[in-house]
Ligand binder design. Structure first.
Ligand code: PLP
Length: 384
């Protein structure tokens, strides 16, 4: 029977320690959360600024529900585009210094929509090998040739661009890499895009709200403006603490995306509760310089704390601090040992990361304090 194969495939996943198991969280998203019924100190969320359960945002959401109801009732291009959606797009564009922005329900949808709207058969996308899964899927959907360059290797990318006969070229990269925490060399990427008449699309899921002046993101961090070839994507379920994403660009580029992006058109616009709440979140991000300073001091404390130990952190300057373990089994074992001590750090395995590079992905949040960091570093040192 055709379904017998599923049983065998599931068994194979279990044997390779690749089964994913969901945990039930029965508290709001804070660093002290109840996970599967146990209170846990968590280092697992992308809620870097502690906004996911922020009372001011909960209040904004409640007020939005009273004012706007709960649903949008339709696509953005019919009657789902409500005042809070319009205001959010304007505020996001203003914040990242772009003429215009378009709001999407998720980052996955923004990415898989935008790339196919820009390139197709006969074109080529140049992608960093460590790009997020949603960008990999985006390239496949576009039917453009997928040309992968070694992680952050600008010489390799330059050579590939030079060799390419493609009609249109698009360079695609994470701003901050989601599983490594390092930052893309955007000035060099922007130069290469210019030299080869290519698009540069930056997915800044982990830089938005964290890097750059007032948290305006990785382009701002490097002082690179949005131009007619540079497109910025920020997601809003991470530092912004809610959900959704946006793409920012020049007027004609964003108008084209509005016309041609299937994940914008053929889906119900998200709830006005979400977009109204995000307006408030954007305010807190803008005023969050102290939060960001705290986050960076926690990052420093963690890195110092593990510097003389067997646990080697990747050279990441951001809130994502991975410890490479190698085998899936060992990564799971260390994660479980920490979990037994009431500390939750997820083991990240393939296909999220390359084979043989399973890791603990420690993520920090302004909800943490010095004692939390010390508890983690002491526990890890004890396990070494
Ligand atoms: C999380 C993430 C996404 C997906 O965004 P969602 O809003 O969660 O769908 C896209 N790109 C990167 C780099 C991410 O880390």
């Amino acid at each position: 029977m055709i379904s017998d194969e599923i049983d065998r495939n599931l068994e194979a996943l279990a044997e390779e320690n690749l089964l994913r198991r969901r945990r039930i969280v029965s508290s709001p998203c804070t660093v002290m959360a109840e996970v599967d019924g146990n209170p846990m100190l968590t280092f697992s969320s992308n809620d870097y600024l502690g906004l996911a359960a922020h009372p001011a945002l909960a209040e904004a959401a409640a007020e939005a529900a009273r004012q706007w109801g709960v649903g949008s009732g339709g696509s953005h291009v019919v009657t789902g585009h409500m005042m809070p959606h319009e205001m959010l797009e304007e505020a996001l564009a203003d914040f990242v210094g772009a003429p215009r922005a378009l709001y999407f329900s998720t980052g996955y949808m923004a990415n898989t929509g935008i790339v196919p709207a820009l390139v197709g058969r006969g074109d080529a996308v140049f992608s960093d090998r460590l790009n997020h899964a949603s960008l990999i899927d985006a390239v496949q959907l576009s039917r453009a040739e997928n040309v992968r360059y070694r992680h952050n290797d600008m010489d390799h990318l330059a050579a590939l661009l030079k060799d390419s006969q493609a009609k249109r070229k698009l360079i695609l990269t994470d701003g901050v890499f989601s599983m490594d925490g390092d930052v893309a060399p955007l000035p060099a990427l922007a130069e290469l895009a210019e030299a080869h008449d290519a698009w540069l699309v930056v997915d800044d899921a982990h830089g938005f709200g964290i890097l750059g002046h007032e948290g305006r993101g990785t382009l701002s961090h490097f002082g690179i403006p949005v131009t007619s070839r540079v497109i910025y994507i920020g997601t809003l379920g991470k530092a912004a603490g809610v959900s959704g994403a946006f793409v920012a660009g020049t007027d004609p580029v964003v108008e084209w995306l509005l016309q041609r992006t299937r994940t914008y058109t053929f889906t119900t616009a998200s709830s006005p509760i979400i977009t109204a709440t995000l307006l408030k979140s954007l305010e807190l991000i803008r005023k969050g310089s102290l939060l960001r300073a705290r986050l960076f001091s926690l990052i420093e404390r963690l890195r110092m704390g593990l510097s003389q130990s067997r646990w080697e952190l990747l050279p990441s300057p951001t809130a994502i601090q991975p410890v490479i373990i190698g085998s899936n089994e060992e990564a799971l074992r260390v994660s479980q040992a920490l979990s037994d001590m009431g500390i939750f750090v997820p083991a990240i395995r393939p296909p999220t990361v390359p084979k043989g590079s399973a890791r603990l992905r420690i993520s920090l949040s302004t909800g943490h304090n010095d004692e939390h960091i010390d508890r983690l570093t002491d526990a890890l040192k004890g396990l070494a």
